[in-house]
Design a protein around this ligand. Structure first.
Ligand code: PHE
Length: 459
């Protein structure tokens, strides 16, 4: 089997592309609404702890697998543990990416519609209520939602068929920094609205009385979702990285950037939610109602609205690229002549898979799976079960199948890593991560409730 022929042209390119995968709807759209419905500051704090204590070590673990083998996800596991079933971790990642991208792209479609609106609509003086109505109309329209989802997938396919360094890297270098800058403008406006402080308090002051088992599970899922972990995307991305680059440094920058954007998103949204008298429990529509309302209250709001939607679209696209890339790379296995065809076939199948999600807020709103709409069901399955499961397997795989000395060597390339840090990483990965994830899983299968009932009967 050949080595990868694709390579990042610079370390910055790799960091931006990996950060581009990480930063997307997770930090900007999902975190605020999940925090809003799951207790605000307490959720955010738990999310931060998981991101640093579990997310960062797992990110490094995925990087180590990828760079050590220089192979895409499935082949990488096979190279380390030949003739075993471990490569199913890669397969699981591919199935998860497939499902994830199918509904991710639906939200990408909503953003496209809003970008188009941003050009044509005069938002000046519109009320949050009107924005709410507009959002409901948008997502309930079946033809529009499907069409927009299709266009989003089309854009993703077009970039991925061009290949990694030309397509992904070049665009990330310009747009990621622009996204940071624009966010700062929004945060400043949001924080200076009357009554903004209540939102800051809601977002940053933890109130642990609202924490339930569900909060902890969602925070764990959110931490993995935000860093694109558990699907071996970071294995594939780091396989394109030269060995003179330092993995710990790259991983730390990516986690820091993701946390930074998450904080900016929260500070952009919650102050405005409270200032406008809205509810933080709005759910998925939250940013589509709150941010336009912020823009309608500032000078040149329409221009900022266009810019923001364009950058949000970009952040969403760079994550979508990584999701399609891992699938395509597992088909081409380094044979670039197959890239085009693989991108089109996989992309179109994902589009079809996403159709029921696109209809979930319209004609399929009442068709429920385990009490959830198709869209919410897929999101729950992916975020709270498949991503943590993938992460759990990776946390078990790395210490079990790669020698400690080899791991140390791989992490020391590019710049030396202190033995203490290495040992902390190793303990977090080998012991803490699996235990934490398994405890969260017990929650999913209702084990804690069961235990409670049994104990109640005994005593
Ligand atoms: N990290 C992306 C986001 O936050 C989503 C994602 C998850 C992408 C898993 C790839 C893999 O939007």
């Amino acid at each position: 089997m050949s080595k990868n022929t694709e390579q990042w042209s610079s370390k910055l390119g790799f960091i931006l592309a990996a950060a581009g995968s990480a930063i997307g709807l997770g930090a900007i759209w999902k975190l605020p609404y999940v925090a809003g419905t799951s207790g605000g500051g307490a959720f955010f704090l738990i999310f931060l702890l998981f991101t640093v204590l579990l997310g960062l070590p797992l990110l490094l673990a995925e990087f180590t697998i990828g760079r050590h083998t220089q192979k895409e996800a499935v082949t990488a596991y096979r190279t380390i543990a030949p003739h075993t079933k471990w490569h199913w971790i890669g397969r699981l990642g591919i199935v998860t990416s497939f499902l994830l991208l199918s509904f991710y792209s639906v939200v990408g479609g909503w953003i496209l519609i809003y970008l188009f609106r941003a050009f044509t609509l005069n938002i000046h003086g519109m009320t949050p209520d009107q924005f709410g109505g507009m959002f409901q109309e948008t997502i309930a329209n079946p033809a529009l939602a499907i069409f927009a989802h299709f266009i989003f997938m089309l854009l993703t396919i077009l970039v991925i068929q061009m290949g990694v360094s030309k397509g992904i890297e070049r665009s990330s270098k310009i747009m990621m920094p622009a996204l940071f800058l624009l966010f700062i403008v929004i945060v400043v406006r949001s924080l200076t609205l009357d009554g903004a402080m209540e939102g800051v308090r809601f977002f940053l002051l933890p109130d642990f009385s609202s924490v339930t088992g569900e909060t902890v599970l969602f925070a764990l899922g959110q931490a993995f979702f935000s860093l694109s972990l558990g699907v071996s995307i970071m294995v594939t991305y780091s396989s394109y990285l030269k060995s003179k680059e330092s993995l710990p440094k790259s991983a730390t920058s990516i986690v820091a950037l993701t946390i930074f954007i998450s904080i900016l998103a929260g500070l952009a949204i919650f102050p405005a939610v409270f200032a406008f008298g809205l509810e933080p429990t709005e759910g998925p529509p939250l940013i589509f109602i709150v941010l336009p309302a912020v823009f309608s209250s500032i000078p040149f709001g329409s221009v900022f609205f266009i810019l923001f939607m364009a950058l949000l679209l970009f952040a969403t696209l760079t994550s979508a690229f990584s999701l399609l890339e891992i699938i395509v790379a597992s088909i081409t296995k380094g044979d670039e002549t197959k890239r085009k065809k693989a991108a089109w076939i996989a992309g179109l199948l994902i589009f079809i898979m996403g159709v029921p999600s696109a209809l979930s807020y319209g004609i399929l709103a009442d068709t429920l799976f385990f009490g959830l709409t198709f869209f919410d069901f897929l999101d729950y399955l992916v975020s709270n079960i498949l991503l943590p499961l993938g992460a759990l397997l990776i946390a078990i795989f790395v210490p079990l199948k790669i020698k400690k000395t080899t791991l140390f060597e791989e992490l020391s390339k590019g710049s030396s890593i202190k033995k203490v840090w290495f040992n902390i990483w190793y303990v977090l990965l080998r012991y803490i991560a699996p235990v934490a994830i398994i405890i969260a899983f017990f929650h999913v299968i209702g084990f804690w409730d069961y235990l409670n009932r049994v104990l109640f009967r005994i005593f």
